[in-house]
Design a protein around this ligand. Structure first.
Ligand SMILES: NC(=O)c1ccc[n+]([C@@H]2O[C@H](COP(=O)([O-])OP(=O)(O)OC[C@H]3O[C@@H](n4cnc5c(N)ncnc54)[C@H](O)[C@@H]3O)[C@@H](O)[C@H]2O)c1
Length: 337
Protein backbone atom coordinates (compact mmCIF):
# COMPACT_ATOMS: atom_id res chain seq x y z
CA UNK A 1 0.00 0.00 0.00
CA UNK A 2 1.35 3.46 -0.83
CA UNK A 3 1.95 5.79 2.15
CA UNK A 4 -0.91 8.19 3.01
CA UNK A 5 -0.60 11.63 1.43
CA UNK A 6 -0.06 14.68 3.62
CA UNK A 7 -2.79 17.34 3.55
CA UNK A 8 -0.48 19.58 1.51
CA UNK A 9 0.15 16.88 -1.07
CA UNK A 10 -3.54 16.09 -1.31
CA UNK A 11 -4.38 19.77 -1.82
CA UNK A 12 -1.64 20.12 -4.42
CA UNK A 13 -3.02 17.09 -6.30
CA UNK A 14 -6.49 18.52 -6.12
CA UNK A 15 -5.34 21.91 -7.44
CA UNK A 16 -3.35 20.26 -10.22
CA UNK A 17 -6.49 18.41 -11.26
CA UNK A 18 -8.30 21.70 -11.68
CA UNK A 19 -5.64 23.82 -13.26
CA UNK A 20 -5.83 22.30 -16.73
CA UNK A 21 -9.59 21.94 -16.90
CA UNK A 22 -10.46 25.60 -17.18
CA UNK A 23 -12.49 25.16 -13.99
CA UNK A 24 -11.59 26.83 -10.71
CA UNK A 25 -10.62 25.01 -7.50
CA UNK A 26 -13.27 24.97 -4.77
CA UNK A 27 -13.51 28.09 -2.58
CA UNK A 28 -12.58 26.35 0.63
CA UNK A 29 -9.17 25.42 -0.70
CA UNK A 30 -6.08 26.34 1.25
CA UNK A 31 -5.00 29.94 0.51
CA UNK A 32 -1.50 28.99 -0.54
CA UNK A 33 -2.78 26.73 -3.26
CA UNK A 34 -5.44 29.19 -4.34
CA UNK A 35 -2.65 31.64 -5.00
CA UNK A 36 -0.70 28.92 -6.76
CA UNK A 37 -3.57 28.26 -9.14
CA UNK A 38 -5.66 31.42 -8.75
CA UNK A 39 -9.21 31.95 -9.92
CA UNK A 40 -9.20 32.70 -13.59
CA UNK A 41 -12.08 34.87 -14.85
CA UNK A 42 -11.50 33.53 -18.37
CA UNK A 43 -12.31 30.05 -17.06
CA UNK A 44 -15.92 31.17 -16.71
CA UNK A 45 -16.21 31.92 -20.41
CA UNK A 46 -18.78 30.09 -22.47
CA UNK A 47 -17.16 26.89 -23.71
CA UNK A 48 -19.47 26.48 -26.68
CA UNK A 49 -18.36 29.60 -28.47
CA UNK A 50 -17.54 27.80 -31.72
CA UNK A 51 -17.97 30.00 -34.78
CA UNK A 52 -16.81 27.77 -37.63
CA UNK A 53 -13.36 29.34 -37.65
CA UNK A 54 -11.97 26.29 -39.45
CA UNK A 55 -14.98 25.36 -41.57
CA UNK A 56 -13.84 23.51 -44.69
CA UNK A 57 -10.29 23.01 -43.41
CA UNK A 58 -8.58 19.65 -42.98
CA UNK A 59 -5.61 18.88 -40.80
CA UNK A 60 -3.23 16.32 -39.34
CA UNK A 61 -2.61 16.33 -35.59
CA UNK A 62 0.43 14.68 -33.96
CA UNK A 63 0.79 14.06 -30.23
CA UNK A 64 -2.58 13.44 -28.53
CA UNK A 65 -1.76 10.91 -25.80
CA UNK A 66 -4.53 11.51 -23.26
CA UNK A 67 -7.05 14.17 -22.33
CA UNK A 68 -4.33 16.33 -20.76
CA UNK A 69 -2.32 16.56 -23.99
CA UNK A 70 -2.23 19.91 -25.72
CA UNK A 71 -2.83 18.09 -29.03
CA UNK A 72 -5.99 16.51 -27.55
CA UNK A 73 -7.43 19.95 -26.82
CA UNK A 74 -6.44 21.21 -30.28
CA UNK A 75 -8.16 18.21 -31.89
CA UNK A 76 -11.39 18.71 -29.93
CA UNK A 77 -11.47 22.46 -30.56
CA UNK A 78 -10.54 22.12 -34.26
CA UNK A 79 -13.45 19.76 -34.85
CA UNK A 80 -15.77 22.03 -32.85
CA UNK A 81 -14.69 24.84 -35.17
CA UNK A 82 -15.67 22.87 -38.26
CA UNK A 83 -12.38 21.20 -39.26
CA UNK A 84 -11.89 17.60 -40.33
CA UNK A 85 -8.84 15.96 -38.80
CA UNK A 86 -6.65 12.86 -38.87
CA UNK A 87 -4.88 11.82 -35.67
CA UNK A 88 -1.49 10.16 -35.30
CA UNK A 89 0.85 8.94 -32.60
CA UNK A 90 3.42 6.17 -32.07
CA UNK A 91 2.09 2.60 -31.90
CA UNK A 92 3.09 2.43 -28.20
CA UNK A 93 1.32 5.67 -27.34
CA UNK A 94 -1.77 4.51 -29.21
CA UNK A 95 -1.76 1.31 -27.14
CA UNK A 96 -0.97 2.96 -23.80
CA UNK A 97 -2.90 6.20 -24.26
CA UNK A 98 -6.50 7.11 -25.01
CA UNK A 99 -6.28 8.41 -28.59
CA UNK A 100 -8.84 5.93 -29.94
CA UNK A 101 -11.46 7.51 -27.65
CA UNK A 102 -10.60 10.90 -29.10
CA UNK A 103 -10.83 9.56 -32.66
CA UNK A 104 -14.32 8.25 -31.94
CA UNK A 105 -15.37 11.62 -30.55
CA UNK A 106 -13.88 13.43 -33.55
CA UNK A 107 -15.30 10.93 -36.09
CA UNK A 108 -11.92 10.18 -37.56
CA UNK A 109 -9.10 7.68 -37.92
CA UNK A 110 -5.78 7.19 -36.13
CA UNK A 111 -2.75 6.38 -38.29
CA UNK A 112 0.25 5.05 -36.33
CA UNK A 113 3.57 6.72 -37.07
CA UNK A 114 6.85 7.25 -35.29
CA UNK A 115 7.66 10.82 -36.29
CA UNK A 116 11.37 10.00 -36.44
CA UNK A 117 10.79 7.46 -39.23
CA UNK A 118 10.58 8.91 -42.75
CA UNK A 119 8.99 5.68 -43.94
CA UNK A 120 6.23 5.94 -41.31
CA UNK A 121 5.70 9.59 -42.22
CA UNK A 122 5.39 8.81 -45.93
CA UNK A 123 2.76 6.20 -45.15
CA UNK A 124 1.01 8.64 -42.78
CA UNK A 125 0.82 11.43 -45.36
CA UNK A 126 -0.46 8.98 -48.02
CA UNK A 127 -3.16 7.65 -45.66
CA UNK A 128 -4.13 11.15 -44.58
CA UNK A 129 -4.53 12.30 -48.21
CA UNK A 130 -6.49 9.15 -48.95
CA UNK A 131 -8.79 9.86 -46.01
CA UNK A 132 -9.37 13.46 -47.05
CA UNK A 133 -9.55 12.65 -50.77
CA UNK A 134 -6.72 15.06 -51.55
CA UNK A 135 -4.60 17.81 -50.01
CA UNK A 136 -5.12 19.26 -46.56
CA UNK A 137 -4.57 22.59 -44.80
CA UNK A 138 -2.81 22.31 -41.45
CA UNK A 139 -0.42 20.22 -39.38
CA UNK A 140 0.16 20.31 -35.62
CA UNK A 141 3.49 18.94 -34.36
CA UNK A 142 2.95 18.41 -30.63
CA UNK A 143 5.77 16.00 -29.87
CA UNK A 144 8.42 16.04 -27.18
CA UNK A 145 10.47 13.49 -25.25
CA UNK A 146 13.89 13.35 -23.62
CA UNK A 147 15.40 10.12 -22.36
CA UNK A 148 17.95 12.16 -20.38
CA UNK A 149 15.05 13.82 -18.51
CA UNK A 150 13.28 10.51 -18.08
CA UNK A 151 16.36 8.75 -16.74
CA UNK A 152 17.33 11.63 -14.47
CA UNK A 153 20.56 12.51 -16.33
CA UNK A 154 21.40 16.14 -15.63
CA UNK A 155 22.67 18.58 -18.28
CA UNK A 156 26.27 18.24 -17.08
CA UNK A 157 26.10 14.45 -17.33
CA UNK A 158 24.20 13.80 -20.56
CA UNK A 159 24.09 10.46 -22.28
CA UNK A 160 24.85 11.39 -25.91
CA UNK A 161 22.81 8.57 -27.43
CA UNK A 162 19.86 9.86 -25.42
CA UNK A 163 20.65 13.41 -26.56
CA UNK A 164 20.56 12.27 -30.19
CA UNK A 165 17.13 10.70 -29.53
CA UNK A 166 15.89 13.88 -27.82
CA UNK A 167 16.87 15.99 -30.82
CA UNK A 168 15.45 13.48 -33.30
CA UNK A 169 12.10 13.06 -31.54
CA UNK A 170 11.56 16.62 -30.34
CA UNK A 171 13.03 18.69 -33.18
CA UNK A 172 14.33 16.86 -36.27
CA UNK A 173 10.97 15.05 -36.55
CA UNK A 174 9.51 18.49 -37.31
CA UNK A 175 11.86 18.80 -40.29
CA UNK A 176 10.98 15.26 -41.41
CA UNK A 177 7.23 15.94 -41.21
CA UNK A 178 7.54 19.13 -43.28
CA UNK A 179 9.96 17.62 -45.80
CA UNK A 180 7.73 14.59 -46.41
CA UNK A 181 4.59 16.75 -46.66
CA UNK A 182 6.31 19.06 -49.15
CA UNK A 183 7.74 16.27 -51.31
CA UNK A 184 4.28 14.72 -51.51
CA UNK A 185 2.75 18.15 -52.16
CA UNK A 186 0.26 17.34 -49.40
CA UNK A 187 -0.73 20.85 -48.29
CA UNK A 188 -3.03 23.36 -49.93
CA UNK A 189 -1.71 26.87 -50.69
CA UNK A 190 -1.95 29.16 -47.65
CA UNK A 191 -1.77 26.16 -45.35
CA UNK A 192 -0.40 26.41 -41.80
CA UNK A 193 2.07 24.32 -39.80
CA UNK A 194 2.51 24.79 -36.04
CA UNK A 195 4.86 23.17 -33.52
CA UNK A 196 4.93 23.65 -29.76
CA UNK A 197 7.96 25.16 -28.08
CA UNK A 198 9.04 26.45 -24.69
CA UNK A 199 10.91 29.55 -23.49
CA UNK A 200 13.85 27.38 -22.37
CA UNK A 201 14.94 27.63 -26.03
CA UNK A 202 16.02 31.21 -25.20
CA UNK A 203 16.48 31.42 -21.43
CA UNK A 204 18.06 28.90 -19.12
CA UNK A 205 15.59 27.02 -16.95
CA UNK A 206 17.76 24.37 -15.35
CA UNK A 207 15.33 21.47 -15.02
CA UNK A 208 14.43 21.58 -18.74
CA UNK A 209 17.75 19.91 -19.56
CA UNK A 210 18.48 18.90 -23.17
CA UNK A 211 14.91 19.70 -24.20
CA UNK A 212 16.06 23.34 -24.26
CA UNK A 213 18.50 22.49 -27.07
CA UNK A 214 15.78 20.56 -28.89
CA UNK A 215 13.40 23.54 -28.69
CA UNK A 216 16.06 25.92 -30.01
CA UNK A 217 16.53 23.61 -33.01
CA UNK A 218 12.76 23.25 -33.46
CA UNK A 219 12.32 27.03 -33.65
CA UNK A 220 15.19 27.30 -36.12
CA UNK A 221 13.59 24.67 -38.37
CA UNK A 222 10.37 26.72 -38.39
CA UNK A 223 12.34 29.71 -39.71
CA UNK A 224 14.48 27.83 -42.24
CA UNK A 225 11.62 25.81 -43.74
CA UNK A 226 9.21 28.73 -43.32
CA UNK A 227 11.19 30.61 -45.97
CA UNK A 228 11.15 27.73 -48.47
CA UNK A 229 7.53 26.67 -48.03
CA UNK A 230 6.30 30.24 -47.75
CA UNK A 231 7.91 31.43 -50.96
CA UNK A 232 6.79 28.35 -52.87
CA UNK A 233 3.27 27.68 -51.63
CA UNK A 234 2.39 30.46 -49.20
CA UNK A 235 2.49 27.90 -46.43
CA UNK A 236 3.31 29.39 -43.06
CA UNK A 237 5.33 27.72 -40.30
CA UNK A 238 5.34 28.95 -36.71
CA UNK A 239 6.10 27.73 -33.22
CA UNK A 240 3.96 28.51 -30.18
CA UNK A 241 5.92 28.91 -26.95
CA UNK A 242 3.50 27.71 -24.28
CA UNK A 243 3.39 28.19 -20.49
CA UNK A 244 4.35 25.17 -18.37
CA UNK A 245 1.31 22.90 -18.56
CA UNK A 246 0.52 19.78 -16.48
CA UNK A 247 0.57 17.09 -19.17
CA UNK A 248 2.40 13.77 -19.26
CA UNK A 249 5.45 15.37 -20.94
CA UNK A 250 5.19 18.49 -18.75
CA UNK A 251 5.10 16.53 -15.51
CA UNK A 252 8.36 14.81 -16.51
CA UNK A 253 10.26 18.10 -16.17
CA UNK A 254 12.25 18.33 -12.94
CA UNK A 255 10.50 20.62 -10.41
CA UNK A 256 7.46 21.09 -12.68
CA UNK A 257 5.09 22.04 -9.86
CA UNK A 258 7.43 24.79 -8.61
CA UNK A 259 8.14 25.93 -12.16
CA UNK A 260 4.40 26.31 -12.77
CA UNK A 261 4.01 28.22 -9.52
CA UNK A 262 6.90 30.55 -10.39
CA UNK A 263 5.65 31.16 -13.95
CA UNK A 264 2.14 31.79 -12.67
CA UNK A 265 3.36 34.38 -10.14
CA UNK A 266 5.53 36.05 -12.79
CA UNK A 267 2.90 36.24 -15.54
CA UNK A 268 0.49 39.19 -15.36
CA UNK A 269 -2.22 37.07 -16.99
CA UNK A 270 -1.24 33.85 -15.19
CA UNK A 271 -0.18 30.62 -16.87
CA UNK A 272 -1.98 29.68 -20.07
CA UNK A 273 -3.62 26.26 -19.84
CA UNK A 274 -3.88 23.60 -22.57
CA UNK A 275 -7.34 24.71 -23.73
CA UNK A 276 -6.21 28.29 -24.11
CA UNK A 277 -3.19 27.04 -26.05
CA UNK A 278 -5.55 25.15 -28.34
CA UNK A 279 -7.52 28.35 -29.01
CA UNK A 280 -4.33 30.15 -29.99
CA UNK A 281 -3.22 27.31 -32.27
CA UNK A 282 -6.63 27.34 -33.99
CA UNK A 283 -6.17 30.99 -34.73
CA UNK A 284 -2.87 30.13 -36.42
CA UNK A 285 -4.65 27.50 -38.54
CA UNK A 286 -7.35 29.99 -39.49
CA UNK A 287 -7.35 32.49 -42.35
CA UNK A 288 -6.90 35.34 -39.86
CA UNK A 289 -3.14 34.73 -39.71
CA UNK A 290 -2.27 34.21 -43.37
CA UNK A 291 0.78 36.50 -43.29
CA UNK A 292 2.23 35.28 -39.98
CA UNK A 293 5.18 33.00 -40.58
CA UNK A 294 8.65 32.00 -39.29
CA UNK A 295 7.72 33.29 -35.85
CA UNK A 296 8.08 31.95 -32.35
CA UNK A 297 4.89 33.21 -30.71
CA UNK A 298 4.69 33.36 -26.94
CA UNK A 299 1.50 32.07 -25.38
CA UNK A 300 2.49 32.45 -21.76
CA UNK A 301 0.40 35.11 -20.01
CA UNK A 302 3.23 37.63 -20.43
CA UNK A 303 5.96 35.58 -18.70
CA UNK A 304 8.51 36.08 -21.49
CA UNK A 305 8.48 39.87 -21.09
CA UNK A 306 8.82 39.89 -17.31
CA UNK A 307 11.90 40.43 -15.17
CA UNK A 308 10.35 40.25 -11.71
CA UNK A 309 6.75 40.56 -10.55
CA UNK A 310 5.29 41.70 -7.26
CA UNK A 311 3.70 38.29 -6.73
CA UNK A 312 6.97 36.43 -7.24
CA UNK A 313 8.90 39.01 -5.21
CA UNK A 314 6.55 38.70 -2.24
CA UNK A 315 7.35 35.00 -2.09
CA UNK A 316 11.08 35.62 -1.99
CA UNK A 317 10.77 38.54 0.43
CA UNK A 318 9.65 36.08 3.07
CA UNK A 319 12.92 34.25 2.88
CA UNK A 320 15.21 37.23 2.20
CA UNK A 321 16.47 40.27 4.06
CA UNK A 322 14.74 42.60 1.65
CA UNK A 323 14.88 45.88 3.50
CA UNK A 324 14.86 48.23 0.53
CA UNK A 325 11.24 47.71 -0.40
CA UNK A 326 8.50 48.78 1.95
CA UNK A 327 5.19 47.03 1.69
CA UNK A 328 3.32 49.89 0.03
CA UNK A 329 6.18 51.42 -1.87
CA UNK A 330 5.58 52.21 -5.57
CA UNK A 331 5.57 50.22 -7.83
CA UNK A 332 5.11 47.29 -5.50
CA UNK A 333 2.26 48.68 -3.42
CA UNK A 334 -1.31 49.42 -4.47
CA UNK A 335 -2.49 46.42 -2.45
CA UNK A 336 -2.20 44.18 -5.51
CA UNK A 337 0.15 41.25 -5.79
N1 LIG B 1 3.54 20.62 -21.00
C1 LIG B 1 4.29 21.69 -21.01
O1 LIG B 1 4.63 22.27 -19.97
C2 LIG B 1 4.75 22.25 -22.32
C3 LIG B 1 5.18 23.60 -22.40
C4 LIG B 1 5.64 24.09 -23.62
C5 LIG B 1 5.68 23.25 -24.72
N2 LIG B 1 5.27 21.95 -24.61
C6 LIG B 1 5.34 21.08 -25.80
O2 LIG B 1 4.05 20.68 -26.17
C7 LIG B 1 4.16 19.49 -26.96
C8 LIG B 1 3.12 18.48 -26.50
O3 LIG B 1 3.41 18.01 -25.21
P1 LIG B 1 2.30 17.84 -24.08
O4 LIG B 1 2.71 18.76 -22.99
O5 LIG B 1 0.94 17.94 -24.64
O6 LIG B 1 2.61 16.38 -23.53
P2 LIG B 1 2.10 14.93 -23.99
O7 LIG B 1 2.95 13.97 -23.24
O8 LIG B 1 0.64 14.82 -23.84
O9 LIG B 1 2.48 14.89 -25.56
C9 LIG B 1 3.72 14.51 -26.05
C10 LIG B 1 3.45 13.59 -27.24
O10 LIG B 1 4.64 13.29 -27.97
C11 LIG B 1 4.40 12.00 -28.53
N3 LIG B 1 5.63 11.40 -29.03
C12 LIG B 1 6.76 11.07 -28.32
N4 LIG B 1 7.65 10.49 -29.14
C13 LIG B 1 7.10 10.47 -30.38
C14 LIG B 1 7.55 10.00 -31.65
N5 LIG B 1 8.74 9.42 -31.80
N6 LIG B 1 6.70 10.11 -32.71
C15 LIG B 1 5.48 10.67 -32.58
N7 LIG B 1 5.01 11.15 -31.41
C16 LIG B 1 5.81 11.03 -30.32
C17 LIG B 1 3.83 11.24 -27.34
O11 LIG B 1 3.26 10.01 -27.71
C18 LIG B 1 2.83 12.25 -26.82
O12 LIG B 1 1.58 12.07 -27.43
C19 LIG B 1 5.61 19.04 -26.83
O13 LIG B 1 6.34 19.50 -27.95
C20 LIG B 1 6.07 19.76 -25.59
O14 LIG B 1 7.47 19.92 -25.52
C21 LIG B 1 4.79 21.45 -23.45
Amino acid sequence: MSPAKSTEEALADCCRKYVNTGRNPPDGMHGRFQSRYPRDPAAKKEKNMACNLLKGKKGLIFGALNEHSIAWKVAERAVAEGAEIVLTNTPVSIRMGEINELAEKCHTIVVPADATSVEDLENLIDKTMEHFGGKFDFILHSIGMSLNVRKGRTYDDLDYDYLARTLDISAISFHKVIQVARKKDALNEWGSIVALSYIAAHRTLYGYNDMADAKALLESIARSFGYIYGREKHIRINTVSQSPTPTTAGNGVMGMSDLMDFANRMSPLGNANAEECADYVLMLFSDYTRKVTMQNLYHDGGFSSMGMSRRAMSTYEKGMAFNDVKEHQYPFGEGKE
